[in-house]
Design a protein around this ligand. Sequence first.
Ligand code: FCB
Length: 448
Amino acid sequence: MTDWHFPPGFIWGTATASYQIEGAVHEDGRGVSIWDTFSHTPGKTLNGDTGDVACDHYHRWPEDIAIMQALNLNGYRFSIAWPRIFPQGRGAVNQKGLDFYSRLVDGLLAAGITPFVTLYHWDLPQALQDEGGGWARRGIVDDFVNYADVVSRALGDRVKYWTTFNEIFVFATQGYLTGEMAPGAPILDLDTFLAAGHHALLAHGRAVPVLRANVPGAQVGIVHYTQAIEAASDAPEDVAAAQRLDGFMNRWYLDPIYKGEYPADMLNGLYAYFRPPIQPGDLDAIRAPLDFQGVNFYERSIVGEGSDLPFINIRYVRPEGEYTAMGWHVYPPGLYDMLTRIQRDYAPKAIYVTENGAAFADEIAPDGSVHDEQRVAYLRGYFQQAARAISDGVPLKGYFVWSLLDNFEWAHGYDKRFGVVYVDYPTQRRIIKDSGYFLAQVAAGTAK
Ligand code: FCB
């Protein structure tokens, strides 16, 4: 039985990202992105998988919109591939790239689905990477603002919901520090890592007024990776370890946006010998007022002092319980904790869960269906906690499940299936999973 209540007008949707679903990497003048380069570099992705074809969404988007409609969804979060708009990162606009997203937006609106656009979900034009190391170069801020300007002029008459970045924490850390994601180097260079994060935050802040100027009635936000972190014990060193990890993952990106400053404990602690390249005026620009905060939530961790993550000096405690195929602990109350905490500490005007979901080992059953009970149970649990947060006053306005389709899960390739719709890659056939039918009922308010 459901024991939840979602207000009228609540947005139910799914989220995707351009490189993970589109394919068609050589089509209609698209330039090369850092993920093309990275995934084609031997050893970087599982099985050498690439996004060359992915879910072929570039051609199959009408069918994918029809699926969203069948699932009763009224929102869709997707990202724009920067190299489709500017194959070289800046310069001449590739009109065919804009036209693709314009058709997609028209199709969504005709289906009664509100588009939520993300401008940057990690597929940087390779040309900008080659010029001074991508986000490490300060001049990239102007390139991003120019890109945001062009896209919002083209779509702003129809798209009201704009987010600048998806998860600066993740691409700064995995792209510039650990190298698990594109661009994948340099490894363990703290200065480059802090510069990349700072330039992305600044690009965000500088783009906000441009989006407002171009889009009548714009709703502008940013999407953060968030992780609920608890200390393994009351011992001061464990409490400090949890605070360090929280600073590293959460506060380093939330504080500048809402408070106009980087967290002092991090500046004086973990990063004492390093500095983000802040110039006068940067922090004011980064603090541009927003209309909503996007919360991506997958993980909760319990940590103490130790050496599992050497640079941050933490150890992980792995609680008993269920884990997803990514090795992430299933713990729905973590979402409640994160939503209420963001509301308490930062008080955004509105919050959307912009991603939440799980990978499990799905299979097509003999009856041709995909019975993913684990994902159904997972979603039910997290939805319940979202409803609980709403009833406790959190201004949660929508929920986007990651993801619509099974897709290219970055360095994990196609091995990890996150969709509420199964993709049979050899044939590109889509099969709505049981979790998709469940989501359809939740969205229609008829879930039991
Ligand atoms: C998030 C990413 C998204 C997807 C999910 C599983 O960190 O934003 O693209 O990979 O994780």
